[in-house]
Structures are given as C-alpha cells and as structure tokens.
Design a protein around this ligand. Structure first.
Ligand SMILES: [Zn+2]
Length: 396
C-alpha cells in the first residue's frame, strides 16, 4: 500500500510498464504505474532518482537539437501555444510588469520568452535551464538566461513576482522540493504559472496521438489531473487562482492535452474542492491502450513474418515503446536496420544496432514507419527511395 503523493489517499498499482531507450540510457528500465482514485494522480515508479533524471537533462538530453513541436521552437503550432500562454497570463501581466516580471524555469530554448518579449517589451524576462546549449540559443535571441535547476534556482530570496514551469512538474519526482524552492525566491504574494499534460484527456479526440503515446513518454514520472496538481500546490502554500484545460495543436491534426494553472503564494489556509466522483480516466485509458498495443504488436509480428529482413524508420518513442516489447524477438529472427533523419541520433545505438540515414531496401525487407505524426510523409519518402508500398507498415 502506498500513499498518494498528492492527496495522501491510497495509491494502487494499475499497470506494469517497460521502457527501452538508446544504449547507455538510464531510462531502459521497467516499473509500475500507481494511481490514486481520490485525486487522479498517476505515478510512474521505475526507481529512478531526481539526481539521475537531472543528469540526463544536463548531459544526454537532445531537445536542443530537435526540430519538432514542443521543444521551444517557432513552428506554427508552437506560436499558437505561445499565444494561448499570453492570453492565459493576460490578467496578471499588469501586476508583474511593474515588478520582477517572469522567470521561466526549465525554459529549454525559450520559445515562450522570445514570444512574450515581442508582445510585452517592458516585461522583465529570464530563462533558467540545466542545458547550456539551450541557454546559449536564448541569449543569442537577446533574452537573459541563467544556468540552474528547479531545485536550486540562481535567484535571491523573495526577489520574484512570477515563476513559470511549463512541462516541468511531470519530469521531477520531488515536486515538494521544487515548490519549496519556488516559495523561497517568490515574494509573499508571488505567482506560479504551471502547465502539465492533462492526463484525463490522453485519449480524447485529436489528443489521442497514437498507441500508448502519452504513456510511453519515458521522462514523465507523473500523470496529473487538475485535482492532484491543486493538492500538491496547496500542500506547499500555493492556492490555485484559475485553471484551464485545453488541447494544443501538434503536427498532422493531433494535439496535446494541456492543463494550465495560475496559483498564488499564500500564508492562509487553502480550501480544496471536496472529493467528487472517483478519477478513473487514467486506468480506463491504460486499459484501452494496452489492448491497442497488443494489436500493434501482432500486426508487426505478422508483417515481420512476411519479410526476411526488417527496417524501422523513426527511432523515437513509438519505436522504443514497440522495441521494449518485440526487440529481442525480432532481432533473433531476422536482420534489423534502424533509420532516422536526425543526425543527433546517428551516434546512438539501440541493443547495439546503429541508427543511420534511411536507405533503399535490401532484398525482401519490410519497413516499419514509427512516427504517429509523420507516418504518411515518411512512407511517401520511403517509396521515393524504392520501398514498394506493400513492404511498408505505418504504425498508428
Ligand atoms: Zn491522490
């Protein structure tokens, strides 16, 4: 029996989980997902510590070289997201413009900061991140940036008016330590702006990106609901002022489910909403995705059985999730090649298999396209490289 990290009620194991990552990564491990029905929090327990996870972001993380949506860049989808942040923050901007402004903790390449700078030239802005490459990018764009961790901010006591944590809380086990540090640097009435993935909507419409997508994110240690996030904030002296659940666009008509809250530091007691109906969305989603994953694995097995060799294009979470289950079985049966266009991955291996730029087929070779949001364009490119369409399987 385990107590819920957010609300203290009982958290029960609801699913086993296995992650496979590039060789040498600390994320190649298995564990269990625990869930609390009272507040809805899901916890992925693989035995990793925050110190190990922080080393990954400082040393191994390849966000800074990535070009996809959601890594702080300037795609149309990213710009839509920054606009929505701006709208959500609007009621508080007057208050913080005359004060210390906004510090974005875990800013990555600082897309939001660069956007806010163009919209609000008088708003003081600072980015903090562990990744020096990202900070350099931000400074080159003219926004102040400091190296530092959410657990050890490079800021003086009571010096700040607002801190933002966009997609930070789902990555750090000890959220109490993060909030204690936030409380230290914030003024007595300082504000927090937090965004996390909205777990109850993982399977909703365009937010269902593909089989097991949200559950296969090896770096996510929490799956939040609004109630569980509010409970964690309240326990640390932050009262939620307002919340917004929405879907933020990604590529190929897909979206990510977003939960945003503004919370204010307070010395007063914080009343949480009384417990309502049990939170069953996450266990229901995991059940549905487990069935879909069984079907995906069966389809790949059957496809592999029709080919003497096999190649995978797109060495990302879709591939790694499948590989955790089928990798050993497939490499025993036939030669396997791995393709990805991201040069940052060409020095990496998975089970000793090198990752290379895509190449034409060799004999009776099947190609599995592992990219839910880029499956069709990759399949079209594969056909141009000489892969017959009947030898291409696109995962969904
Ligand atoms: Zn709970």
């Amino acid at each position: 029996m385990t107590c819920c990290h957010a609300c203290g009620e009982t958290a029960r194991p609801i699913a086993d989980i296995a992650f496979r990552d590039f060789d040498g990564s600390l994320f190649s491990r298995s564990g269990v997902i625990r869930h609390c029905r009272a507040c809805g929090l899901g916890v992925v327990d693989t035995g990793l510590s925050d110190a190990e996870i922080a080393r990954h972001y400082a040393d191994d993380c390849i966000y800074a070289e990535m070009t996809g949506v959601g890594v702080g860049g300037n795609t149309p989808e990213d710009l839509f997201r920054y606009e929505r942040y701006d709208e959500f923050l609007a009621p508080d901007l007057g208050e913080i413009i005359g004060r210390a402004g906004l510090v974005d903790v875990g800013c990555s390449r600082g897309g939001m900061l660069r956007h806010l700078r163009t919209r609000h030239p008088r708003l003081p802005l600072l980015g903090v991140d562990l990744d020096e490459t990202s900070l350099r990018t931000l400074r080159e764009a003219g926004v102040s940036a400091k190296g530092g961790s959410a657990l050890d901010l490079p800021l003086a006591d009571a010096s700040q008016s607002m801190l933002s944590y966009l997609h930070v809380f789902e990555h750090i086990l000890d959220t109490d330590a993060v909030l204690k540090e936030a409380s230290r640097v914030l003024a007595d009435d300082g504000l927090l702006f937090v965004e996390v993935p909205d777990a109850p909507d993982y399977g909703a419409g365009e937010a269902r990106v593909g089989t097991m997508f949200w559950l296969a994110m090896k770096e996510h240690v929490y799956h939040f609901t609004e109630a569980s996030l509010a409970a964690i904030l309240a326990r640390n002296g932050f009262a939620v002022q307002r919340a917004m659940r929405s879907h933020m666009p990604m590529r190929a008509g897909k979206a990510y489910p977003s939960l945003m809250v503004i919370a204010r530091k307070t010395q007063s007691p914080i009343a949480l909403d009384p417990a309502g109906a049990p939170h069953d969305a996450l266990p229901d989603h995991i059940g549905a995705e487990t069935r879909a994953f069984d079907e995906q694995a069966e389809a790949v097995r059957a496809f592999a059985g029709r080919h003497e060799r096999l190649a995978f294009w797109g060495i990302s979470l879709e591939f790694l999730n499948l590989w955790a289950r089928l990798g050993a079985e497939l490499t025993q049966r036939q030669p396997v090649r791995l393709f990805d266009r991201n040069r940052g991955k060409h020095d990496l291996t998975v089970d000793g298999l090198p990752i290379r730029p895509a190449a034409p087929p060799q004999g009776s070779e099947g190609l599995v396209v592992c990219a839910y949001m880029a499956g069709d364009p990759i399949a079209a490119e594969a056909e141009r490289l000489g892969w017959p369409s009947e030898d291409i399987l696109v995962l969904a």
